[in-house]
Design a protein around this ligand. Structure first.
Ligand code: LLP
Length: 434
C-alpha cells in the first residue's frame, strides 16, 4: 500500500489483510458489522501531543484547542483532556458532551455565528473559559446574561481578516463575504472592539480569526497573523488597551490522496509562531498568548471507515459501481464537496489496485457516493472496503437518511479494539417520536 500520509500511523498489511492498531480490519468488520468508523488511538494521541509540543516549544505561551466539530464523543474528549488540550465547541450538544465527562469548563472555547440565548446561558453557567463573540446582537446577549448570572464573562471577538484561503468555497471563512465575525472593512472591526471594551459584564481577552479549512498553502495563515497583530496594535493606539490573546483558528490541510503533500504540524507551528513574533516586533507589541484550533489535522487520517461490498454493476464504457452498506449517511463530504478519498479492499490489501471504480452508497440519491473514480483491487461481493482519511467531519456530519442507523465508533490500539460509541439501533431512530 503506497498511500503515505493518507494512512493511520499504525496501518500495516499482514497476510493480505489491513491491520490498524494491531487489529485485523477484516475480522473487526465481521465482528462489529459495517459500516464502521475505526480510529487509530495512537495516531490521535500522537497528533494531539505533536501539536501541543510543536507550538509550546516555539512559543511557550500557547495553547491548542481541539475543534470538536471534526469528531466528537466522550472518549475523544477524555483524550483531549488527558493530552492537555483545550476544547472548541460550536453548539450546546458539544458542550454537554464535554461536561458529561468532566472536561474542565475553563478550558472550553465557545464558537458559532448564532449561539442561542439558551446555549449562551448554559455555557456561562458552566463557567466556560471564553465565548468567541461573533456579532453585536451576541455581544449584547452575553452582557445581559452575564449580568443576570452576576459574572464577568471573558470573550474573544471573531474578526474576518479579509484573507483568501485557497480551499473549497464552502469552507472558506476569512474573506469579506462571510457570515462569520466582524469585518475589517471601513474600520468596522476596530469600532466593534471599542464597543466591546465598553460593554458591561464582559472582559475582552483578545481576538480570534479562522480563515478556512483544508488549507495547503501556509502563507495566508501568516498574512492573517500579521493583519490580526496590526489590529491589536490599532486597538492599543485607539483605546489604550493591550489585548493579551490571539486565536488564529484551525484549518491545516491533510492528505486525502496519496500524492497530497500537506504541511507538517511542525511547519505549520513554525510559520504561525514566527509570523506572530515578526508582526509583534514590527509593531513593538507584546507577544500575546497564542491559540490554534485544529480539528481535521488531528482526526482525519486517524480514522477509516469499513464497509461491506453488497452489489457490483459494471456499466461498460461508463463506470463501475461498487455499492457499499453506507454512503452519504456516514460520509456526506463526497456528495457535498466532491471530496476525494483513497479506498482499499481490506482483505486484498497486498494486491495491486487495478480497477477504477466508484464506491457508491445505499441511499436513494444518484449523488450518493463515498469514493469517486478511484483505483481499487478487483472487488467482489462480501469484500471489506476500507476508506482512508474519514476521521474528520464524517461521524459528526452523519445522518439517518433512509433510516440508516449511524455506525459504531471503535478505537484500536496495541491489538485491542474497544467500542467507544455503539451502533445506533432502529429503536434509537424512533425514540423521540410520539
Ligand atoms: N475553528 C473554527 C472557528 C472553525 O470554524 C473550524 C472549522 C475549526 C476551528 C477547525 O478547522 P479544521 O482544523 O478542522 O480545518 N465540514 C467541512 C469543514 C468545516 C470546517 C468548519 N470549521 C469539511 O468536511 O471539510
Amino acid at each position: 500500500m503506497e498511500l503515505g500520509a493518507v494512512l493511520p500511523m499504525t496501518a500495516e498489511v499482514k497476510g493480505g489483510h489491513l491491520y490498524i492498531g494491531g487489529v485485523d480490519m477484516v475480522a473487526l468488520a465481521k465482528s462489529q458489522g459495517t459500516a464502521l468508523y475505526v480510529f487509530d488511538e495512537a495516531h490521535l494521541k500522537h497528533r494531539m501531543h505533536e501539536y501541543l509540543s510543536a507550538f509550546r516549544e516555539l512559543y511557550p505561551n500557547s495553547d491548542v484547542i481541539y475543534a470538536s466539530k471534526s469528531f466528537l464523543n466522550k472518549e475523544v474528549v477524555r483524550l483531549v483532556n488527558a493530552q492537555g488540550l483545550c476544547l472548541d465547541v460550536s453548539g450546546g450538544g458539544e458542550l454537554a458532551c464535554a461536561l458529561s465527562v468532566g472536561f474542565p469548563a475553563e478550558r472550553v472555547f465557545v464558537h458559532g455565528n448564532n449561539k442561542t440565548p439558551l446555549e449562551l446561558r448554559e455555557a456561562m453557567q458552566a463557567g466556560v473559559g471564553r465565548i468567541v463573540v461573533d456579532s453585536f446582537d451576541e455581544l449584547d446577549r452575553v452582557s445581559v446574561i452575564a449580568g443576570e448570572l452576576g459574572i464577568t464573562q471573558d470573550i474573544l471577538m471573531r474578526i474576518t481578516p479579509g484573507v483568501e484561503a485557497d480551499t473549497h468555497e464552502y469552507i472558506r471563512t476569512g474573506c469579506e463575504d462571510s457570515k462569520f465575525g466582524f469585518t475589517m472593512k471601513d474600520s468596522f472591526a476596530l469600532q466593534a472592539i471599542g464597543r466591546a471594551l465598553k460593554t458591561e459584564n464582559v472582559n475582552l481577552a483578545g481576538l480570534h480569526c479562522h480563515i478556512g479549512s483544508q488549507i495547503f498553502k501556509l502563507d495566508p495563515f501568516a498574512e492573517a497573523a500579521n493583519v490580526m497583530v496590526q489590529l491589536m496594535d490599532d486597538v492599543r493606539k485607539e483605546y489604550g488597551v493591550t489585548l493579551g490573546e490571539l486565536d488564529l483558528g484551525g484549518g491545516l490541510g491533510i492528505a486525502y490522496l496519496a500524492d497530497d503533500e500537506p504541511a507538517s504540524v511542525e511547519e505549520f507551528a513554525k510559520m504561525l509562531t514566527s509570523a506572530v513574533k515578526d508582526a509583534c516586533s514590527k509593531f513593538s507589541f507584546p507577544e500575546p498568548r497564542l491559540l490554534v484550533e485544529p480539528g481535521r489535522s488531528i482526526t482525519a487520517n486517524a480514522g477509516v471507515t469499513l464497509y461491506t461490498v453488497g452489489t457490483i454493476k459494471d456499466l461498460p464504457g461508463i463506470r463501475k459501481f461498487v455499492a457499499i452498506d453506507g454512503g452519504m449517511s456516514d460520509n456526506i463530504r463526497t456528495a457535498l464537496y466532491h471530496a476525494d478519498y483513497e479506498p482499499v479492499i481490506a482483505n486484498k490489501a497486498d494486491q495491486p489496485r487495478t480497477e477504477i471504480v466508484t464506491l457508491c452508497g445505499k441511499h436513494c440519491e444518484s449523488g450518493d457516493a463515498v469514493v469517486l473514480d478511484m483505483p481499487l483491487q478487483s472487488a467482489e461481493v462480501g469484500d471489506v472496503a476500507c476508506v482512508f482519511g474519514t476521521g474528520a467531519y464524517n461521524q459528526t456530519m452523519a445522518s439517518n437518511y433512509n433510516g440508516q442507523p449511524r455506525p459504531a465508533v471503535v478505537f484500536v490500539e496495541d491489538g485491542n479494539a474497544r467500542v467507544v460509541t455503539r451502533r445506533e439501533t432502529y429503536e434509537d431512530l424512533y425514540r423521540r417520536d410520539v
